[in-house]
Design a protein around this ligand. Structure first.
Ligand code: NAP
Length: 316
């Protein structure tokens, strides 16, 4: 058996705790040897305040997983790649398309692996959906991604700042699935972004797309949904209909349930990262981030009522 990949984890926030640390612990290909965090630590694991300090002190680290917000990721990723480390990026892979393209070039020059992850692509219904759609003529796609931002992102100030993407932070997960399962690409044709007057990022977005062979697609992203949460993708084809729901954990074909599994997305991510490191490959697909950039470029920006983390407060 080969020695485990010595991993440094950067940013010990919600996703690091909920998903990365448990999945790393279940994967024998990795050993979590250090963390870099300004405020948090993981029991029994060396902790440093910054990723640079971590890599200076522990040059034996083979790979770095970046779980910090997208706005601060590029400098950390570039530094790790320059030091010859393999790098895993949480989604979205960066704050701009150009900075991620730079990281991909840098990884190639350095001969190390860069993995820009899209966790929703590892949901259990996604690969069967892609397989079923291959060879079918897609006529319509309807995406509904509606959740309660106060429940899922309590107090996350970065998400409302430029580069934080607002409602596209979850919406890009739907776009990562669509760009993975559709047999042909779609292009944004128009849309509306609703931006609270006290925030820099949208709380809702309503988008329209067209496919190269005439498919029409709509996407409704909304962070104001209370009660039941909706993460659904409906696809109508010339030979039946498909519904991916619960973010891709459930798949129905022509009304019949064919996949209904608990999520195991991050186990899939770390299995793929181990494969990439072993093979020396990279996996950097910018298609979901391109759609978001297109929405910011082509969508009409509309100002809506202020958003406060605590309802009924009159200051942000
Ligand atoms: P979070 O809870 O706010 O954690 C982010 C961590 O990054 C913070 O705890 C902070 O940790 C560190 N950090 C370093 N520089 C920072 C800065 N300038 N501003 C704020 N934090 C900084 O966020 P998260 O929900 O884990 O999300 C992190 C990334 O994972 C995002 O790209 C998000 O889209 C993605 N993601 C999140 C979820 C989810 O359910 N939350 C799901 C999938 C993907 P230290 O105190 O440790 O330095």
């Amino acid at each position: 058996m080969t020695a485990p990949i010595r991993l440094g984890l950067v940013g010990v926030g919600k996703i690091a705790r909920d998903q990365h640390i448990p999945s790393i612990g279940r994967n024998l290909a990795f050993e979590l040897v250090a963390t870099a965090s300004r405020s948090a630590s993981v029991d029994g694991v060396a902790r440093f305040a910054t990723p640079a300090e971590m890599l200076d002190a522990m040059p034996q680290i083979d790979a770095v997983a970046l779980c910090v917000p997208p706005q601060v990721r590029h400098g950390m990723a570039a530094d790790a790649l320059r030091r010859g480390k393999h790098v895993l990026l949480e989604k979205p892979p960066g704050a701009t398309l150009s900075e991620v393209a730079h990281l991909a070039d840098l990884a190639e020059t350095q001969g190390v692996s860069l993995f820009a992850t899209w966790h929703s692509r590892f949901a259990p219904g996604v690969a069967p959906a892609r397989k079923w759609l291959a060879g079918r003529q897609v006529r319509s796609v309807r995406v509904e991604w509606k959740e309660d931002v106060r429940h899922w992102h309590p107090g996350q100030a970065w998400i409302w700042e430029p580069g934080g993407l607002g409602v596209f932070d979850p919406g890009i997960n739907a776009l990562s699935i669509v760009t993975d399962i559709l047999p042909e690409p779609v292009f944004l044709t128009g849309g509306e972004l609703s931006i609270p007057e006290n925030r820099a990022a949208p709380i809702a977005a309503s988008l329209q797309f067209a496919g190269v062979s005439g498919a029409v697609m709509t996407a409704e992203f909304d962070w104001r949904q209370t009660g039941p949460q909706t993460w659904d993708i409906h696809v109508g084809t010339d030979a039946g209909d498909l519904l991916l729901s619960s973010g891709g954990a459930r798949l129905w074909i022509d009304g019949e349930s064919v996949v209904d599994q608990a999520e195991a997305e991050y186990d899939g991510i770390y299995a793929r990262f181990a494969e990439l490191v072993a093979s020396g490959g990279s996996d950097v697909d910018l298609a979901p981030l391109r759609h978001v950039a297109d929405a910011f470029m082509l969508g009409r920006h509309v100002t809506v009522e202020p958003f406060h983390d605590q309802p009924n407060r009159d200051t942000a």
